[in-house]
Design a protein around this ligand. Structure first.
Ligand SMILES: *[C@@H]1O[C@H](CO)[C@@H](O)[C@H](O)[C@H]1NC(C)=O
Ligand SMILES: *[C@@H]1O[C@H](CO)[C@@H](O)[C@H](O)[C@H]1NC(C)=O
Ligand SMILES: CC(=O)N[C@H]1CO[C@H](CO)[C@@H](O)[C@@H]1O
Length: 706
């Protein structure tokens, strides 16, 4: 059903629609496509749900749970805006007056990754009975919805960015964005911005050169608290970031002061009380309270902090409201559960009330938020296959980037590569084995079923794919072999090219199809070798690099003159990798790019015109607290391109996930998402480092209402 929106609102919607950004001025390159993999992302399918905080006489149950967001894309990190005379919002008023018959029982601000980049939306959900009466539980039963994109790329001056953790103060939206370069390698681009929704005017609240994550606005709107590297740098940490909490004026970022040493995910109760989380000295993640002095001279020493949740379970990402000073909402990981759940915690009696375990025991629930009156708790989790909803699992998701002649897709499989004609894609399935499909996702078939990693097509012999068969991330003594798979004959055939006994991997053929470069541990170190492409190493083998370090992930340039690879030769065994190039005859070795000493640059791949490379790197550090997301081994992984001389660095992806194994192929793929039916959804891991601390007592929950 269509609704008539007031003019101002329609203007706002028009303003926020995504449109193409400034053209790539760096000369016309041939039109082409980049594919990359994001760990787990295609399984997230997050929607935002809510449950009442009061259960009367019964425990929380699924009849009371309401799915607020619409089941499209990935929706997360919600916020229930306050509507009160003290914080008037033109925007909310307009939405309310569009449907004078019924005040929306629920309005929600959240992050959505629909339309190829992250955007902050406002949904107002109108319906007759209302979830409070327990009759309408899903968005499918909702008769009417107003959905407004609040900030997209327009508010970031056309720059693509990750948007996160929104909250509304009057007509100002406060959120994290990665729209401006940090300018320093291995430093996050995440900073807090405020956008005036009526004018679109956007101002940065975080000082230049500083990283701010997880902003929370105080009930009056005066103060914003953040988890920040205000005085330090990201250390490469991927579990507990050890940020500090700073506060500043929401109006203009002034009055910035550190209030807590070591803390994240702040949440205000009133203008001088906030809750936050940190990993405690005893190993348990716990929620803490900080009381700020009433005076204007605030410093870390004048703030009183106290641990609130007990050892025996992990409790983190607190959510609070001024309307209820006794209860807070938290996410927990109990030692007897592999799942993350939302619980209420009574800070006076120190008792937990389990909320979501009664509703969906075997699902992860993230980042609770509460309504201003504390009658509802919201969170995100997978929508699952329930509700008879059409499943929209994406095998190829189009991503908006600043590149004009290059279309970029996230593929639901690792190590993708294009056939030489650019009409087919090979990739490694997370279930194991190699699959091949057409660019529109059709013709999907498995062509190898064993455990493999890396794929590359022979440029001359049709339907020949090289791969490494064996376990990835394994030691020098593990047996891994480079094999070729012929997929266009009547029968699939395989040929082992290396002789075995060592770790041989990451094959990449020369453009004439005669040679294959690969890395091998046959000397005791992983160095690069070149062998005969058709008959393998017994028909010809040449050692390209030599030294007590790792050279790996080689890619042969389209003109045949260069081999790009990743190496830790400056700091062997440190986990730090930089990008190098060498001629196939072993001359002219040079370092092309490093993120910074200690950083990572991996999986280089030449563009089809041979002028640029795509790779994954930690150059932009992490963009969100890792504990607020599903597990990512390397949450800093983002996709970049660069010219061969090391100039023209461009960041293509903006998110808090692990993006990796990019490839660059000759086809320009249509900019549409490609869907695929799947049987299994929502198979991802919660942070495995949230394990039980040994020799501890388990904290019992008091079940809601019992
Ligand atoms: C605080 O929340 C709890 C849990 O919903 C509820 O039982 C209690 O009555 C609330 N207290 C106030 C003052 O609203
Ligand atoms: C090595 O190869 C490069 C290009 O592939 C060539 O320019 C150079 O002359 C070669 N050097 C030797 C010593 O063969
Ligand atoms: C502005 C824009 O492109 N909006 C599209 C976002 O994606 C949804 C589907 O998820 C489309 O319906 C919108 O048209």
């Amino acid at each position: 059903m269509k609704m008539k929106l007031p003019l101002a609102l329609r203007f706002l919607i028009a303003l926020c629609l995504w449109f193409p950004t400034a053209a790539d001025h760096e000369g016309r390159s041939a039109r082409s496509s980049i594919l990359f993999y994001t760990v787990g992302r295609s399984n997230y399918e997050f929607d935002i749900f809510t449950l009442p905080t009061q259960f009367d006489d019964s425990t929380p149950n699924s009849a009371k749970e309401f799915q607020i967001t619409d089941g499209r894309s990935v929706n997360y990190n919600g916020h229930f805006p306050a509507i009160s005379p003290s914080s008037p919002s033109i925007l909310l008023d307009q939405i309310l007056t569009t449907n004078p018959a019924s005040r929306p029982p629920i309005h929600l601000i959240y992050v959505s990754e629909r339309n190829g980049s992250s955007t902050i939306y406002l949904d107002a959900v109108f319906h007759g009975g209302g979830p409070d009466r327990g009759r309408r539980r899903s968005t499918l039963e909702v008769s009417n919805r107003v959905q407004v994109p609040l900030v997209g790329n327009q508010q970031s001056h056309g720059r693509i960015s990750m948007k996160d953790r929104p909250s509304l103060v009057g007509d100002h939206l406060v959120y994290v964005s990665t729209q401006e370069k940090s300018g320093v390698p291995r430093t996050s681009w995440a900073a807090v911005y405020s956008t005036h929704l009526r004018t679109g005017l956007t101002q940065r609240l975080t000082p230049q050169g500083v990283t701010d994550l997880s902003p929370a606005v105080s009930p009056s709107g005066t103060w914003t608290a953040v988890a920040s590297y205000g005085e330090g740098r990201w250390s490469g940490e991927v579990e507990e970031l050890k940020t500090d909490i700073f506060i500043f004026r929401t109006k203009d970022g002034s009055g910035r002061v550190k209030v807590v040493e070591h803390g994240g995910w702040p949440s205000w109760v009133d203008e001088s009380t906030l809750y936050f989380h940190r990993e405690s000295d005893d190993g348990w993640w716990s929620v803490y309270r900080a009381i700020l002095p009433k005076s204007c001279r605030i410093s870390v020493d004048s703030v009183v902090t106290q641990r609130v949740t007990p050892p025996g379970l992990h409790a983190f990402t607190p959510a609070t409201s001024a309307a209820n000073r006794t209860f807070i909402a938290v996410a927990t990981r109990r030692p007897d559960s592999a799942y993350r759940h939302i619980e209420l915690f009574n800070v006076v009696s120190k008792q937990f009330w389990e909320v979501t375990r009664n509703v969906s025991p075997k699902a992860n629930h993230f980042n609770p938020f509460v309504s201003p009156d504390f009658t509802r708790v919201g969170y995100h989790k997978c929508r699952g296959l329930s509700n008879g909803m059409k499943d929209n699992h994406l095998s190829l998701e189009n991503i908006h980037t600043p590149l004009k002649d290059v279309s970029v897709f996230r593929i639901d499989g690792s190590f993708p590569s294009f056939s030489p004609a650019g009409d087919r894609i090979a990739f490694v399935s997370f279930l194991q084995g190699i699959y091949v499909m057409n660019l529109d996702g059709s013709g999907l078939r498995q062509v190898y079923s064993g455990s493999v990693f890396a794929t590359a097509w022979d440029p001359i012999r049709k339907g020949v794919i090289y791969t490494s068969a064996g376990p990835s991330f394994s030691s020098v003594s593990t047996e891994v072999d480079v094999i070729s798979v012929s997929i266009d004959d009547d029968e699939l055939t395989y040929k082992k090219l290396t002789e075995g006994g060592e770790n041989n991997a990451f094959p990449s053929p020369s453009p004439d199809g005669k040679w294959v470069v690969f890395r091998s541990s046959r000397s005791g170190y992983k160095n690069l070798y070149i062998m005969d492409a058709v008959n393998g190493e017994k028909a010809g083998l040449f050692r390209l690099t030599e030294g007590p370090w790792d050279d790996t992930m080689a890619n042969w340039s389209p003109d045949g003159d260069w081999i790009a690879f990743s190496s830790d030769r400056e700091n062997p065994g440190s986990g730090s990798f930089a990008l190098y190039m060498v001629h196939p005859n072993g001359t002219a070795l040079k370092k092309v790019f490093e993120s910074e000493p200690g950083g990572r640059v991996n999986h280089p791949w030449f563009s089809p015109d041979g002028k640029s490379m795509v790779f994954t790197s930690d150059y932009a550090a992490v963009s969100a607290e890792p504990i607020c997301n599903p597990h990512h081994f390397q949450p800093y992984g983002e996709i970049f391109t660069m010219r061969l001389d090391g100039s023209g660095l461009r960041r293509l992806t903006h998110n808090s996930y692990e993006d990796g194994t990019p490839t660059w192929g000759p086809a320009f793929m249509r900019r549409v998402d490609v869907q695929r039916p799947v049987d299994e959804q929502c198979k991802f891991e919660d942070s495995p480092w949230l394990r039980a601390v040994e020799n501890s007592v388990t904290v019992k929950a008091r079940c809601g209402g019992q």
